[in-house]
Design a protein around this ligand. Structure first.
Ligand code: SF4
Length: 109
């Protein structure tokens, strides 16, 4: 069921999972790699010292939070509207910088 936005809150919003929020202070390159491996929808990738999170590809499945609960929490946010596709892609700088794999550029815009 859809409702007019923002005429009234959707009653189901309180019981549905929301996309994750990442705690940058807990994210090292090794932790980021575990998160990337756990994500089934390619919403996560690592580019050197940066965790790239594509909110538009995230299904809020919760697997990343299950994998590293100390580094991932529920965002509690449903409102994901953005003017451009690129605004849905977030880059989170990792602790300890990044040596290792550059997983390549992400589609933007
Ligand atoms: S909630 Fe699921 S789809 Fe979204 S980033 Fe985490 S593992 Fe990937």
């Amino acid at each position: 069921m859809t409702t007019r936005y923002p005429e009234r809150p959707d009653a189901s919003a309180g019981s549905l999972p929301t996309p994750p929020a990442f705690r940058a202070d807990r994210l090292t390159p090794a932790v980021a790699d575990r998160l990337v491996a756990a994500c089934p929808s390619t919403a996560l990738s690592r580019r050197a010292g940066v965790l790239v999170y594509d909110v538009g590809a995230c299904t809020a499945c919760g697997r990343c939070r299950q994998e590293v609960p100390e580094a991932v929490v529920d965002s509690g946010v449903f409102e994901l509207a953005a003017l451009t596709r690129g605004h849905l892609v977030k880059e989170i700088v990792l602790r300890g910088g990044g040596s290792g794999t550059d997983r390549g550029p992400r589609e933007r815009g």
